[in-house]
Structure formats: structure tokens, C-alpha cells
Ligand binder design. Structure first.
Ligand code: FES
Ligand SMILES: [Fe+2]
Length: 402
């Protein structure tokens, strides 16, 4: 190793001779066979909004794997390895039929579980076609999203329900979205060009809302975020929560509880500080080591206006480089950490306790999976599939603090 890069920085803080940099591969590598990739593969992940899966196959990339998602004309969704098992043409160019997807090259037909139903160029349409199987993954649809399970078949858990998404009122509908960048409400950025961990860290970071979103760039969400909260972090259910309490002028206080659930799920309370339980759940789905997509489902008033953050009348995608510099938000702060952050250069402090708890839980559960166990939060009993979501803005009379 080069002495100049491995030695400690000099006492006067010179940038010369800094230590070698590195990321934490355990937390950032998500491909097959990696500890985090195998942990992630034990959970269901959203891959598309159901409404977007129509009569043309779609490319999906998740956890470093390229796949093709389609819906047969009988309405069933399917997720297949894209290289046709015959001679490798992509099923992205396939045709949707009542029973599955037909490869454009020689017409082999596969159903949503990869069974080969037809080989039209072969004698008797393929005498041994029942032995042919295109690699596939199971999918299920809920809350307007298509979820996929990429793990070992014998370990497939039930697809969770979330208590805050159940019982849709007649005047409500689900807003279900895959792609786009959460806090901007702007779909101009479909795939976010940096590690999933940046966004995952962000959710247990209740202090950045006081700085980045309120006192540095002006009020981006709501005036109450400008109050510095009293914060407590705690392990709950199968994840980490924070309680951020802000004292208000009217003798009330608001306890903003936010939750992160293993391994990449979050429920952030209403950013306009509306009272009550959070109305949504989001997933930070790794595309590969240095890209992710955000998926969100939220209960919304039926036919209501969508959400788009505007700065001086412009959406995030319409802002110039200079405007992004003058009014940075989550994207600027997170992309500024690089495509994959350099964890060797971090200095985690008291306010980062929630992030440390998340990372510790992730690493511990990677060990559980490596030793053949089941990580927290996977459930095999359909009767226990409903996950409690604690998140929300809870108002009460202010308590005297010592
Ligand atoms: S390559 Fe798909 S049927 Fe030949
Ligand atoms: Fe943020």
C-alpha cells in the first residue's frame, strides 16, 4: 500500500496524504451472492405500478438483475429472466397473449411462471416443451403495486399488509408510484443515480429537515420543521423509529414519529404536519449498487391534485444548476455523497444514532441469513401479515421538560 495514502492526516489538517478511501461493501453491494443482496432477496419489493403494466413488456432492473415484466391478456403479471431460453433473444420484444408472452424470434410461448406452452417451429409444437422452463420470479399485486420476490423459493414469505394502508375510505384512492424522487414529487428522475443506502440513511435523520429543508434552503415543506426537535430513536417491530418532539407556541407539542422497517421500507408522516397516522409507505428499491428507484403508495383523496414541490414556481426538474446550488434539497444533499458514499471518511455523531441503529440491524440480519436463518420482518403465516405502522404526527399538550 502507498505510504502517502495510508498514513493519518497531518495535525494541521492538510488534505495531503489522506488515508485510502473505501465504502462499506456489506451495506452497498446488492447483487446475487452478496450479504446485503441475499438479505434483500428475502423480502418482497415493488417493481412497478400495476397501472403501468399493460400490453407491452417492460424492462425491470432490481438488485443487479435485469428482468422483463409483463401482463398476459388474461390479466396475470409475470416477471421473467429476459434472455429467451431458446437462443437468447430478449423477451422485451415479445408479444403478449392470453396465456403468456411469445418470443419474437421463433415464437416460443412462456406463461407467467416460465412454463413453455408452445414451440411452433418444432415437430408437434415441441414434443418435450413441458421440460423447458424460462427462469422466473413470483409476483403479487397489492395497493396498486406489483411486488416481486427474488429469493429462494422455499423461503418465500407472505406479502405484507400495512395497517395504515388498509380500509380505504370511499372518498380515497391509492396513489401508487414507482420511479420519481420522493421529496420533490417530480417524476423527471425515474432512476436515482446513487446508492440506495443514501436514501435509506436519510429516513432516520430527523435533524436534516431542520437544516436542509427549513433553515438552509428556506421552508421547503412546512414552517414547523424549522423548530429544532427533541429526538429519541428506538428499535420497534422490525426496524427503527424516531420520535421528534417540537414545542409549539400554543402550549401544544407535536410528536412526529417516523418508521423504518427492514430492510428498505419507510413510512414518513405527512410533511404538512397533518395530525394522525401516516397515510403512506415507501420502498427504496436498489436497482444495482449505485442506483435505486423509490416506490410509494399513499392514501389520497379521490381525484385530488398530485404533489410537486416548487421552488420559485419551478419543479425540481425545471431548476438550473445554479438554482439547485442556491436551494439544495434531498437530491442535492444525497447525490453530493457520490454514487456510493465513502464510509471511511464519515464521522458519525450523536445525531446519527438512528442511522447507526439501522446499519447495525442490517448487518446483524445479514449474518442471520448467512447462517441459514430467517431475517426479522419476514412472515410465513398469512394470519400475521399485517404490519403495524407507528408513524404519524401526534399533537398533545406540551409536557414540562426538565
Ligand atoms: S430465441 Fe426465443 S424462440 Fe428462439
Ligand atoms: Fe429530506
Amino acid at each position: 500500500m502507498n505510504n502517502l495514502t495510508s498514513q493519518s492526516p497531518s495535525r494541521d489538517g492538510s488534505a495531503y496524504g489522506r488515508p485510502a478511501q473505501h465504502s462499506n461493501p456489506l451495506l452497498t453491494q446488492v447483487g446475487p451472492g452478496t450479504p446485503c443482496g441475499e438479505l434483500m432477496r428475502r423480502y418482497w419489493h415493488p417493481v412497478a405500478a400495476s397501472a403501468d403494466v399493460k400490453d407491452l413488456p417492460r424492462k425491470v432492473k432490481i438488485l443487479g438483475e435485469e428482468l422483463v415484466l409483463f401482463r398476459d391478456s388474461g390479466g396475470r403479471a409475470g416477471l421473467l429472466y429476459p434472455r429467451c431460453m431458446h437462443r437468447g433473444t430478449s423477451l422485451f420484444y415479445g408479444r403478449i397473449e392470453p396465456q403468456g408472452i411469445r418470443c419474437c424470434y421463433h415464437g416460443w410461448l412462456f406463461d407467467v411462471q416460465g412454463h413453455c406452452l408452445d414451440q411452433p417451429c418444432e415437430p408437434e409444437d415441441g414434443r418435450h416443451r413441458e421440460n423447458a422452463r424460462q427462469p422466473w420470479y413470483p409476483v403479487e399485486e397489492r395497493y396498486g403495486l406489483v411486488f416481486a420476490y427474488l429469493g429462494p423459493p422455499e423461503k418465500k414469505p407472505v406479502l405484507p399488509r400495512y395497517d395504515n394502508l388498509e380500509d380505504l375510505a370511499p372518498d380515497q384512492e391509492f396513489w401508487s408510484n414507482v420511479g420519481g424522487f420522493g421529496s420533490t414529487g417530480d417524476n423527471s428522475l425515474q432512476v436515482v443515480p446513487y446508492s440506495w443506502l443514501h436514501m435509506n440513511d436519510n429516513v432516520m435523520d430527523p435533524f436534516h429537515v431542520q437544516v436542509l429543508h427549513s433553515t438552509f434552503s428556506g421552508i421547503q415543506f412546512h414552517q414547523k420543521f424549522a423548530l429544532m426537535p427533541r429526538v429519541d430513536f428506538f428499535y420497534a417491530d422490525h426496524g427503527v423509529c424516531y420520535s421528534a418532539i417540537r414545542e409549539l407556541e400554543d402550549g401544544q407539542e407535536v410528536d412526529r414519529i417516523s418508521s423504518w422497517l427492514m430492510p428498505n421500507i419507510m413510512s414518513v408522516p405527512d410533511i404538512q404536519f397533518k395530525a394522525g397516522q401516516s397515510s403512506g409507505v415507501s420502498w427504496v428499491v436498489p436497482v444495482d449498487d449505485s442506483h435505486f428507484v423509490q416506490a410509494t403508495v399513499m392514501k389520497m383523496p379521490r381525484g385530488g391534485p398530485g404533489f410537486a414541490l416548487r421552488v420559485n414556481g419551478k419543479t425540481w426538474g425545471e431548476m438550473s444548476e445554479e438554482e439547485h446550488q442556491r436551494v439544495p434539497g434531498d437530491f442535492e444533499a444525497q447525490s453530493g455523497q457520490g454514487a456510493i458514499s465513502l464510509h471511511s471518511e464519515e464521522h458519525l455523531v450523536t445525531s446519527d444514532r438512528g442511522i447507526m441503529m439501522q446499519r447495525r440491524l442490517l448487518e446483524k440480519q445479514m449474518e442471520v441469513v448467512a447462517q441459514g436463518g430467517d431475517p426479522v420482518g419476514v412472515q410465513f403465516d398469512p394470519a400475521k401479515a399485517v404490519v403495524k405502522v407507528r408513524s404519524g404526527n401526534f399533537y398533545r399538550a406540551a409536557r414540562a421538560t426538565g
